[in-house]
Design a protein around this ligand. Structure first.
Ligand SMILES: *Cc1c(COP(=O)(O)O)cnc(C)c1O
Length: 421
């Protein structure tokens, strides 16, 4: 039992359950400093080919970690997805089936390629794409299924891959939150034609910005490589062309490679700490009426726990709105987020679909019908109930988890007092 858990709610002037700061992020020491200095002093700051390249070294160790053939480092997770879509030939006229419960980048890369995003509703308990509804979203235009391993927990790959195989459509895994996550003992990001990871500052593996494409398909890897580096061939032939495709520059710098090589040595230990804390916290929160921690599929043998997600059912909290609950929680010293808004209803997305280019490709009538085709009622409900704790909060000790449990139980026990707040 933590002190103050039976006292007056902090939002109403009582003592907060917690005053301590949360676990700091990121962690670094002499290891990062050494790796960075080596790059600095080498004078080779941009990616180069050869075994001394920090980026190449990182690609090698990440590929080994995943157990896949190729890993291509990119400037960030968005560019990993962008390069993958290019390498898979996704373009105007194609439909891409994706989850509406994800970071905006998943949809942005579809729009960037002038393909049409088709949202498949979410599964309320797992927060993942409802794999059983994917088949109903497929048309003759569908060129890609793009599931997200939300929070680093796995989407239902058994059903998704079976559907994809039956329809002859490739799968790209958005594993940007799923470092070290597994499905049936094999790493996420290695099940589809390719996977994408992010090393943006908030992610479980961090170089400020960064990303990778993972794949076992050598031809796909070569195309992604060229796209990410001005269209240059991976293995230039004497007398051959300088450029083999239209492209961007999405290269990772040697500095970021250096940080990643150092951070990689911490990944496994940090992941185990999160797993242990999540196990304990889930046990605490399951006992509180109206709090529904995320439920993973049986096939998810390991989760990255990029986020700890749960649903808040206000009926068990005297009907008080989620926003008030989260404010009361913040007052108790527990940081949280209300998570994503429904992506399929974002104004920017609807505006993109009304743009000149989209109208030309898909026609006004088709785009008018788009909203109706893309309703996701379960996801709307999920977005209204969700709350998250960040991965960095899961890196502390058991006392931190106790504080979270105590604070939520305290609010639940006194929810009546929050009416009218
Ligand atoms: C972070 C993230 C991305 C994009 O990664 P960046 O490195 O921020 O570009 C894409 N998809 C999901 C699900 C993410 O969480």
């Amino acid at each position: 039992m933590v002190a103050n858990s039976n006292g007056k709610l902090a939002i109403l002037g009582g003592e907060p359950v917690r005053r301590k700061a949360w676990h700091s992020w990121p962690k670094s020491d002499q290891l990062e400093e050494q790796e960075l200095l080596t790059v600095l002093r080498s004078g080779k700051w941009g990616r180069f080919q050869g075994k001394d390249s920090a980026v190449e070294r990182f690609e090698g160790s990440y590929a080994k970690l995943l157990g896949c053939k190729h890993v291509l480092a990119t400037a960030n997770g968005t560019s990993a997805l962008f390069a993958s879509l290019h390498a898979m030939g996704i373009g105007p006229g194609d439909e891409v089936v994706l989850s509406p419960y994800t970071f905006v980048a998943t949809a942005n890369v579809v729009l960037l390629n002038y393909a049409l995003p088709i949202f498949c509703d979410s599964d309320l308990d797992s927060f993942q794409i409802d794999a059983n509804k994917v088949a109903s979203k497929i048309t003759p235009r569908t060129a890609l299924i793009l599931p997200v391993h939300m929070a680093g927990c796995a989407a239902n790959l058994d059903v998704i891959l079976e559907t994809a195989k039956a329809k002859g459509i490739p799968v790209l895994e958005d594993a940007c939150q799923a470092h070290l996550g597994e499905w049936r003992g094999r790493k996420l990001g290695t099940w589809g034609a390719a996977g994408c990871f992010s090393f943006q500052a908030s992610k479980n593996l961090n170089s400020g910005e960064g990303g990778v494409v993972s794949t076992n398909d050598s031809a796909l890897y070569e195309r992604a490589y060229s796209f990410h580096s001005a269209g240059r061939p991976l293995n230039p032939k004497p007398g051959g062309p300088s450029y083999v495709s239209n492209a961007a520059n999405l290269r990772l710098t040697e500095f970021q490679g250096a940080i990643l090589n150092a951070q990689m040595t911490r990944l496994e230990t940090q992941s185990r700490i999160r797993e242990e804390n999540v196990r304990y916290l889930t046990g605490l929160l399951e006992k509180i009426p109206g709090i529904k921690p995320v439920r993973n599929y049986e096939g998810c043998t390991r989760s990255a726990w990029h986020l700890f997600m749960f649903r808040y059912e206000k009926e068990a909290f005297a009907g008080i709105e989620r926003s008030v609950f989260l404010k009361a929680l913040a007052a108790e010293g527990i940081r949280s987020s209300s998570g994503y808004q429904p992506l399929n209803k974002e104004v920017f997305l609807l505006r993109s679909l009304q743009s000149k280019g989209f109208k030309r490709i898909y026609g006004e009538k088709m785009l008018k019908e788009w909203s109706e085709r893309n309703e996701c009622p379960v996801n709307d409900k999920l977005c209204g109930q969700a709350a998250w704790f960040s991965q960095t909060m899961l890196l502390g000790g058991r006392e931190d988890m106790d504080h979270i449990g105590e604070a939520i139980a305290k609010i639940q026990g006194q929810a009546d007092a929050l009416r009218g707040v």
